[in-house]
Design a protein around this ligand. Sequence first.
Ligand code: CO
Ligand code: ZN
Length: 334
Amino acid sequence: MKSLLQKLTGIPGPSGYESEIRAAIRSEIEPLAEEVRVDNLGNLIAIKKGNDPKGQVIMLAAHMDEIGLIATHIDPNGFVRFTTIGGVFPHSSLAGRVHFLNGSQGVIGQETPADINKIPTFDKMFIDIGATSSKDCPVQVGDLAVFDQPFLDLGDRLVSKAMDDRIGVAILIETLQQIDTSPNTLLFVFSTQEEVGVRGASTAAFSLEPDIGIAVDVTRSGDTPKGVKMEVALGKGPAIKVRDSGMISDPRVVDWMVSTAEKAKLPYQIEVLERGSTDARAIQISRAGVPAGCISIPCRYIHSPSEMVDLKDAVNSVRLLVELLNQKITFNQE
Ligand code: CO
Ligand code: ZN
């Protein structure tokens, strides 16, 4: 799983420009599913039919896209002004390196600050790609870039850009590999444009009409010095989402996940996230509504060039998903 993750995180795929990462995922899943297709928004969908006519249709979603930057203006000296694709933070961007989809690389610089201790806003920053004039600048307005950082293997702890949500992608690929036959029809959706407002999952959920939805995505953790007050830590197991700022998970889905983890003696944590949301939100409010929940992978330094996860949490997320998906389930609404 480590090498798969290293491969997946290394591929650039800012929101709306997922073709390269989609091709890489497709080559992994093509031999594992009965049907693989791409919809109009670029979502990659792998279908594994259930063996029980009474089985549920379960949509699983992990987003392929990552946060990035987009060039807005090239000045006469070849400096590139930019804005953000998704939730990029000024404090974790400055002096960082970026990689444009056309292959150009550069570093993020800033105008000379009046106060060195103040974090500049993005309009005071620029990307220096080594050009000396707008004419020799290989980057044009509208070109997209992602963070450029090598993958770091610290044992169980792994660090990379785009861990959000390539860790979720790797978990779904691994789950697809481990599921032989299930009573349920499983729709593995590798979604687009999550970071700009769960757009891919919205259209995928509408067209697929699942009975149950599960997103697999990262969540914050509260286990760093003076960190946020949050009962989620790296290495303590998959986090079962109860609430984030975009959704209240369906309590029946939460109970199903908790009881399954208990029975299988898998570690798990309960997640209440104060900021952020996932594809599960889009699935939950699709059409007439879908019971939905989310398995979250605890992650430090989310939306930075160095997002850290614990491999054990990913491995246990796969185990939990396999246990969940192999079950016969029905949710009654009383
Ligand atoms: Co994200
Ligand atoms: Zn994410």
